[in-house]
Design a protein around this ligand. Structure first.
Ligand code: SAM
Length: 188
């Protein structure tokens, strides 16, 4: 089989597939249309759990409908609240979390993730994360405010103590139009 370099989005699923096991507790910080929530719910199975956040009711409704269609609603809690309020809902250690930063495709492009809330959420997750657990951020930054969020998230990621986390940056650097960046933070 020929190995092809994957897009940031596909690579996020490759990493999750390697790390998330049946029975795990995981977080989708930006539910959107629910694609990552569904993917995670299938990985954790009936004994595991996915907590899925979005501030837009449109997104949480789409996500709830998608998990019901695929009969994985039992292991999924879809929450219409900001991921910065994570600790109000998630009490147990987590194996993985994923963020897709930016706006909901085909939704209101003005409703976007913000650096302050994104970083607050990432910092709570870092505490909840199990050893070898992973936090993935797929950063889209072509929209207004996107560049500032990218810069702040990168600055934070670079400052994380290497004895506690391995931090990876993955991006096609020869593509036009702001190719997404994947960051992966793995607890040591
Ligand atoms: N992964 C999604 C999918 O597969 O469709 C796409 C996510 S989209 C790029 C980003 C989402 O983050 C939007 O739906 C937006 O409403 C949501 N969002 C923005 N700020 C948020 C916050 N503070 N907490 C949770 N979700 C937020």
């Amino acid at each position: 089989k020929i190995l092809k370099l994957q897009s940031a989005l596909n690579f996020s699923h490759t990493l999750l597939k390697e790390i998330v096991k049946p029975g795990d507790v995981v977080v989708d910080a930006t539910a959107g249309k629910g694609n990552d929530t569904l993917f995670l719910a299938q990985l954790v199975g009936e004994r595991g759990h996915v907590y899925s956040f979005d501030i837009q009711a449109q997104a949480t409704q789409l996500t709830q409908r998608l998990v019901e269609q695929h009969q994985v609603e039992q292991q999924t809690t879809v929450i219409n609240d900001g991921h910065e309020n994570l600790t109000n809902y998630v009490k147990s250690p987590i194996t993985a979390a994923i963020f897709n930063l930016g706006y909901l495709p085909e939704g209101d492009h003005k409703i976007v993730t913000k650096p302050q809330t994104t970083l607050k959420s990432v910092q709570s997750m870092m505490k909840l994360l199990k050893p070898n657990g992973i936090i993935i951020l797929v950063i889209y930054y072509g929209h207004p405010g996107g560049k500032q969020e990218k810069e702040q998230v990168l600055q934070f990621a670079k400052s994380i103590d290497q004895h506690q986390f391995n931090v990876l940056q993955y991006q096609f650097i020869n593509q036009i139009h702001e190719p997404p960046i994947l960051l992966a933070l793995q607890k040591r």
